[in-house]
Design a protein around this ligand. Structure first.
Ligand code: ADP
Length: 304
């Protein structure tokens, strides 16, 4: 039996087939049309999923359902993507109803970071942990809070939206209306925006990190400041939730060791509790696949 996992992000949509052991078949499909109108994206999404199901060696009647992870705020119970700041044209999309109608199988929806958190617990970097935070640094910043053996959901299912904790108001406005939110300083989008302003030309997040690795002076100062901000975000989470580890995933985590070393260093100096200072800062155990596997895990409820 298998499930289709769909990970809707601010930059890309990833779709994959996942079996009951968490194996992701390597015919994962990406789409990069995040900014096109929702009708176009939905049609593209349907054809990606149909294509994937048709290609698979599994027969159609072994498809148990479709799990969807999407950026918050959303209403998982009603299956609605409500008003995500990084996906403005998906506002009030009844994604569960739409997919159920198209594919005639059960569909479940969860916040994308929460889904990835469950994947890390199931077969990723947190299999042995009952207290951890999964942080995604991608188009925005989000998290899943796994505390005392449970995923914290909150009264409306929107707990963990750490991208909008205020880190430093002097950075100015965030899309949400506050000043100095975590994701307006340290997300992939923010790094590209702020770094491009420093250099005076439009560069991608990866190009900014290339300059960092080449030793560009102003970019080095800037990226070190970003790492400090991610460190202070982690310290806030450690002081609040007392996790054993913080897993950092998402596109920006592809920059590798420098991120983990600098953030670990910050945490080991500034977490309040001497024990908290030992909190491990680690990469995802599932590389860039925790979103798709987590969306499927929702369906299997396998992390329990
Ligand atoms: P989504 O937000 O759609 O889930 P990702 O998790 O891939 O997508 O995150 C996208 C962000 O990650 C973008 O800001 C992109 O520029 C950045 N990114 C992707 N690859 C890299 C890389 N190798 N190094 C640094 N940043 C990257």
């Amino acid at each position: 039996n298998y499930v289709v996992g769909i990970d809707i992000g601010g930059t890309k949509i990833a779709v994959g087939i996942v079996d009951e052991e968490g194996n992701l078949y390597d015919n994962k499909i990406f789409s990069n049309d995040a900014q096109s109108p929702v009708e176009t994206k939905l049609e593209h999404l349907y054809s990606m999923v149909h294509g994937l199901i048709n290609q698979t060696m599994f027969s159609r009647d072994r498809l148990l359902g479709i799990g969807v992870g999407a950026p918050g705020p959303l209403n998982a119970k009603n299956g609605v993507i409500t008003c995500p700041p990084n996906l403005p044209n998906w506002e009030n999309t009844y994604i569960v109803d739409l997919l159920q109608e198209e594919f005639q199988v059960p569909v479940v929806l969860e916040n994308d970071a929460n889904a990835a958190t469950l994947a890390e617990k199931w077969i990723g970097a947190a299999q042995e942990n009952n207290h951890f935070v999964y942080m995604t640094i991608s188009t925005g910043i989000g998290s899943g809070l796994y505390v005392d053996g449970n995923l914290v959901s909150g009264s409306r299912g929107n707990a963990g939206d750490i991208g909008h904790m205020v880190i430093d108001p002097s950075y100015g406005p965030c899309t949400c209306g506050q000043d100095g939110c975590f994701e307006s300083i340290a997300s992939g989008t923010a790094i590209a925006r702020l770094g491009s302003t420093l250099i005076g030309e439009s560069l991608t997040t990866k190009q900014i990190f290339d300059l960092y690795y080449q030793g560009n002076e102003s970019i080095t100062l800037f990226i070190n400041d970003v790492f400090t901000k991610i460190g202070s975000g982690c310290v806030t989470l450690i002081n609040t939730f007392d996790p054993e580890k913080i897993i950092i995933g998402g596109g920006v985590s592809k920059v590798g060791n420098c991120l983990f070393e600098e953030v670990q260093d910050y945490v080991s100096n500034y977490a309040l509790n001497p024990e908290g200072r030992k909190t491990e800062i680690v990469p995802s155990g599932l590389k860039q696949n925790s979103g798709v596997i987590g969306a499927a895990a929702l369906f299997f409820q396998k992390w329990m």
